[in-house]
Every structure is written in C-alpha cells, then in structure tokens.
Design a protein around this ligand. Structure first.
Ligand code: SF4
Length: 336
C-alpha cells in the first residue's frame, strides 16, 4: 500500500490512543545520536539499533550514524553509542580496553534494573528476571550477574523453577512487558517462594504501563486496532496482546504500507496507537491514509505524561572539549 494515498473504506471514526509513540528514553537516545553527530562529526558508531524502529534507524543512518552489531566492527579511535536497551558490563569493559570513546544511551529506567540486579547479586540472592531471553535489554541485565540470574517469561515456567536457597530469592522484570501477564508471573512466584523480594512496584516502566492503559481505554470503543511499531519492539507487541485480551482485533504494522484492506473491510471505528519507539510521523501517515471526507478523528488520552531525562555526562564533556554548545534540556520532571 503506497504512502499518502486514501482508501475507500466504510470507516466513520478513527480513535487515537494517547499516550502513544516516543517515550522519554527513546527521545533521549535519538537526541544523543543527533547531538553526538553535531559534537563529534560523522561518522559515529551505534552498537545495535539505537531503538527498535527501522524508520528511526534509517533516518539516523542518513545523518551519518553507522549501526553495528558488535564492537569489533568499530574502528579504533571511533566514538560508539550504546543503545537505549542497555549493555552487559563485558561490552563496556571491551570498549574501555579498546580505548573507544563511549556515549551510553541506556535508558535510565533500564539502568535502574541493572542496579537492582547488582545489589541483589552482591547480597547473594538468586534473581529471577522476568522477560524475553533474546531481547537486548534482558541480555544486558543478565550480563550483570549471569551466575545469579535465571530468566523466565511465563507463570508456567515458575512451576519448573528450582533455586539454590528459596529463602534468598528476588525478582526483577524487563521494562516493556505486559502489566497483566507480569502480575500473574509475580503471583506464581510469590505462591511458590513466599520469601521472594522485589522492587516496590514491578520494573515495567511508566511508558509501557501508560501505553497499555491507553489501549485498554480505547479497545472497547473500536472494531479493530492498528498498532504501529517494529516486529522486534517488545512494547509494541504487548500493545497488540493487550487489545486481543480485551477481545479487540489488533494488528502490528511497521507503517501504513503493511495495512491489509481486508482487516478494515467491516470496521466502522478504527483505533490507532504506536509503540514507544515509533515516531509520530508514521501515525500521521496512517491517519491521512485512512481518513476521507466525513471521517472523524478523536483522541482519547488515558493519562498525561511529563517525563524527560538528562543527557549523559560524557556527551556534555565531549561538547565542552570541542567548544560545542549542547542545547539546554530540562531534566526528568516525573519521579521514576
Ligand atoms: S520503553 Fe521505558 S524503559 Fe524503554 S526506553 Fe522507553 S522509558 Fe525507557
């Protein structure tokens, strides 16, 4: 399906879920790459996708970023940025050993989970990390204490779980899980290991929770929900599941070209939302394509967001060294 075309569908209303799209960690990570290009010049290297969205990656590539999978693809003396999902300490050590200039774009909310893992490991806990073992974030957190962390992703796995000392067990979670599924896993853990400890709330971040709350708010109101996000975006996939658990058909699309007409053939009200790494331009394109004369567009906001994270000090240090001014940035305004 071509961009910016309109479709002849019986849609009467488009319901936009809010909040949707970029979270504070993603905005910060993208800003870091753009500012690093301003400060250091092109190219700068980025280990892994800076955030899980091909449009974002491609846009930054055209500006001079080079994306690599591992540090051995980065030349000596280069500047390398670590992605928003975080890294294992072994990666940081390797960069230091190589003498690379590093800017860490790990989201502060992911760093918080790493610090919890380090603390529990020091206190000799077995740490149950609830998450998807192949996700970059989980790989990074696991790397903090691989001998102490066991990764599970469902309540069913709790039954088979054996730990060294059931009196000394803690849990942590990936930041982008389903709030409802995670609640079930934690309940199963508490049932099996009554002494288990964990964060005061779970580690699912504010942005994941808010986007899922927004989907729940619009799910009953629409015949079908389009979730704009990448296939490897954990939080976008969870939005599809949340809608489906509410009995609403939902489809994950990278952009408007992925829409299949048959999905919308009988839909009068179409919901639209976007994962935390999806730029708003992809939402606008989708609306533009779906709307025609008489179609109403209504936004339903489940909650307002006001979160912004400070830039990493190393970037500001590099800017000072080169006499480049980094634009002023408000720091985080909402407690994590
Ligand atoms: S989804 Fe949450 S944890 Fe991930 S980058 Fe955004 S704010 Fe940070």
């Amino acid at each position: 399906m071509a961009r910016a075309m309109t479709l002849n569908l019986p849609i009467a209303e488009i319901v936009l879920a809010g909040p949707r799209g970029f979270c504070a960690g993603v905005e910060r990570a993208i800003d870091i790459v753009e500012l690093a290009l301003d400060v250091c010049g092109s190219p700068v290297y980025v280990r892994k996708e800076i955030v899980h969205n091909p449009y974002v990656v491609e846009t930054l590539r055209t500006k001079g970023a080079i994306f690599v999978d591992e540090l051995d693809e980065v030349p000596d003396d280069a500047t390398v940025i670590f992605s928003a999902h975080g890294i294992a300490p072994a990666v940081r050590d390797e960069a230091q050993h190589r003498g690379l200039r590093v800017i860490d774009a790990t989201c502060p909310l992911v760093t918080k989970v790493h610090l919890e893992a380090i603390r529990y490991a020091r206190e000799h806990y077995t740490i149950v990390l609830i998450g998807h073992e192949d996700h970059d974030e989980v790989i990074g957190t696991l790397g903090e204490a691989p001998e102490r962390i066991v990764v599970i992703d469902s309540a069913a796995e709790v039954e088979r779980l054996e730990v060294r000392d059931p009196e000394k067990i803690a849990y942590l979670t990936q930041t982008t899980l389903s709030v409802d599924d995670t609640r079930d896993v934690i309940a199963a853990l508490r049932m099996k290991f009554p002494k288990i400890v964990g964060p005061s709330r779970n580690d699912i971040c504010y942005a994941t929770q808010n986007r899922q709350a927004a989907v729940k708010t619009v799910a009953d109101d629409v015949d079908v929900l389009l979730v704009i996000g990448a296939k490897n975006s954990s939080n976008a996939n969870r939005l599809v599941e949340v809608a489906e658990n509410h009995g609403t058909r939902a489809y994950l699309i990278n952009d408007v070209r992925d829409i299949r007409i048959e999905w919308l053939a009988n839909a009068r009200r179409v919901g639209v939302t976007a994962g935390a790494s999806t730029p708003e331009v992809l939402v606008s394109e989708t609306i533009e394509t779906l709307r025609h004369d008489g179609v109403q567009v209504r936004e339903v906001r489940a909650v307002e967001e006001d979160v912004r994270f400070a830039l990493p000090q190393e970037l500001e240090g590099m800017a000072r060294e080169r006499n480049v001014t980094v634009p002023a940035r408000d720091v985080m305004r909402q407690a994590i």
